[in-house]
Ligand binder design. Structure first.
Ligand code: SAH
Length: 347
């Protein structure tokens, strides 16, 4: 038995063709799965009885098993899911002014070992399959429907949950293919999908060739010495290579790469850091998201004072770098950047 949600429309068309069925049926099936949110083959009433039986014999359709949902005071919701093999992941649904953004996981755990990130503390478990990535979004749309909210209000996806998406490259790209299938899939615009990476250089370049989604790079430091200490991946792909991959990243005119920069008190928050950041990013079409460090009990790192944060921002702005302070949502329920660890509060 295969999970039907693992198939891109093209792959399904090929499978159907192999059974002597016209490939356009794949589009009909996709409409049922992703627009009608069907859970059974019986629901797919415009398919012949024979085709429905064939599908039933080869595929299953499932939902992620919700273990727990937490709601933040700012209305951000965190979903803890149990996967078929018992592993756990989290997604975060973030209400914005007129739409929702979902922050999805690409792996169970993470191998990058970034010193500031809570997900890293649990180590790496495994890559997520295509269906496990897509289902986080499909199930969130269904959740909104059940609350009488237009599911298309969920319009933005950020791959900023647990894991390093570019290490799970093939499944990531197939999942994006389904999520952005404009005729039959979940119809996300590629302009509203952002993949965030710790800096897997060869895959950054590849992502620009294979998709037109937005790129975000977690930079977090301005010297190799400091970055390697905070993010061990920097020893493999040092700053110079990361920035060169960004400079040559294929993207539409007027688009910019987002650089995430966590501000950690006494670690990377000085005036010199800010000036080096300006210099490093000068050759790149860049905007900076400053993320004040989200504290949690297992970490000794601290968030700088409000004044230090705004001073750092001001230096960037004075040098004509586009920059904002990104207030992470949901930190009271450990749903903010770097706080996902996929364990239940009740266990
Ligand atoms: N592995 C990918 C996707 C995760 S994105 C990546 O590194 O980009 C998670 C974001 O949260 C990253 O930009 C990371 O730098 C940031 N982050 C991690 N821990 C944090 C913390 N404690 N406070 C604020 N931001 C944090």
């Amino acid at each position: 038995m295969e999970n039907l949600l693992d198939f891109t429309r093209d792959n399904l068309a090929v499978w159907l063709d192999g059974k002597g069925i016209r490939p356009f049926r794949a589009g009909q099936i996709f409409k049922w799965l992703y627009l009608q949110q069907a859970d059974t083959f019986e629901q797919m009433t415009d398919l012949s009885k024979e085709l429905r039986t064939l599908l039933f014999d080869h595929f299953y359709i499932n939902r992620l098993a919700l273990v727990e949902k937490q709601v933040s005071v700012d209305k951000t919701e965190k979903f803890l899911y149990r996967l078929e093999d018992g592993q756990h992941i989290e997604s975060v649904l973030i209400p914005e002014k007129d739409h929702f953004t979902i922050c999805v996981s690409s792996q169970a755990g993470c191998a990058q070992d970034c010193q500031f990130c809570l997900t890293a503390k649990g180590g790496f478990i495994r890559n997520l399959g295509v269906s496990e990535i897509v289902s986080q979004v499909r199930d969130a749309r269904k959740y909104l429907m059940q609350k009488d909210i237009d599911p298309l209000k969920l319009s933005n996806i950020v791959f900023m949950g647990m894991g390093e998406p570019l290490v799970n490259y093939k499944n990531l790209v197939n999942a994006i293919n389904i999520l952005t299938d404009s005729d039959f899939g979940l119809k996300f615009s590629e302009r509203r999908v952002t993949v965030s990476t710790s800096g897997i250089v060869p895959k950054i370049t590849q992502l620009g060739l294979d998709t037109s989604v937005n790129l975000a790079v977690s930079l977090n430091a301005t010297t190799d010495e400091k970055r390697s200490r905070l993010m061990p991946i920097n020893k493999k792909y040092p700053l110079k290579q990361v920035l060169e991959a960004c400079r040559t990243f294929k993207m539409k005119p007027r688009k910019k790469i987002t650089f995430e920069y966590i501000l950690i008190k006494g670690v990377n928050d000085t005036k010199e850091d800010a000036l080096r950041l300006v210099k490093l990013l000068a050759p790149i079409k860049a905007k900076v998201n400053l993320i004040p460090f989200n504290e949690y009990s297992e970490s000794n790192f601290k968030r700088p004072s409000k004044q230090d944060i705004s001073d750092f921002l001001q230096i960037l702005l004075d040098q004509n770098l586009t920059a904002i302070i990104r207030k992470s949502k949901g930190d009271d329920i450990l749903a903010a950047c770097g706080q996902l660890k996929a364990t239940s509060v009740t266990s």
